[in-house]
Design a protein. Sequence first.
Length: 264
Amino acid sequence: MNQPPLEHERFAAHRELEALLKSTLRGDVRFDLGSRALYAADSSNYRQLPVGVVLPRDAADVEAALAACRATGAAVLPRGAGTSLAGQCANVAVVFDFSRYMHRLGSIDPAAKLARVEPGIVLDRLREAAEHHHLTYAPDPATHSRCTLGGMIGNNSCGVHGLLGGKVADNVESLDIVLYDGTRMTVGRTGQEELKALIGSGGRVGQIYSGLASLRNRYATLIRERFPHIPRRVSGYNLDELLDENGFHVARAQVPSPRLSPLR
């Protein structure tokens, strides 16, 4: 029996994307039904077969995979350990699983109390390393033995000690990110002079910062007066982090945000 034309076209598009990914990535590319079934769910009751799964080895792989998805019009979905409870990791998209290869701890600066990590690192691995310096990472959800930092950023995780040391949005200083259009940028706290320079530089980065600044300028009064002060936001961007008094902190404004792919 012949497949319906739409289904046949979708199958051909998936095969084209699979071939393109396998020709450009050094990491794993999995489009078989078994692998897709394994990634069809998180810890919620939702189920949705993804288009396919990629396990990038490094930032270059992430950029290459995004380029292939962009060329074929495929949606993307960054995934941590799949511990989310509301279906955040299930969608008709190419799932990016960072936990297999991109799980390195780059460095810890105990004096500055800063760590540089890749998105697939498990929280307990970071905390174990930090404990050698009598430090810890405050957000500690119940899934701390398996959840990843990238997933925690996407979910603005907290845990019981988040009340003392802050949630993830309070414990992020900068993010190295790549957007769907291929733009790669490092975002964090942005001083006024730096903001002017970034906007003046033009290009895609200048356009993004210009848009964010316009958003801040237009709605600053309303944000100060009416933006809800709740313990944890998981349903939208932290617009208050773009205010001058908060340092125009673009990284913290993005938490939570499953829409971006953090590289480290």
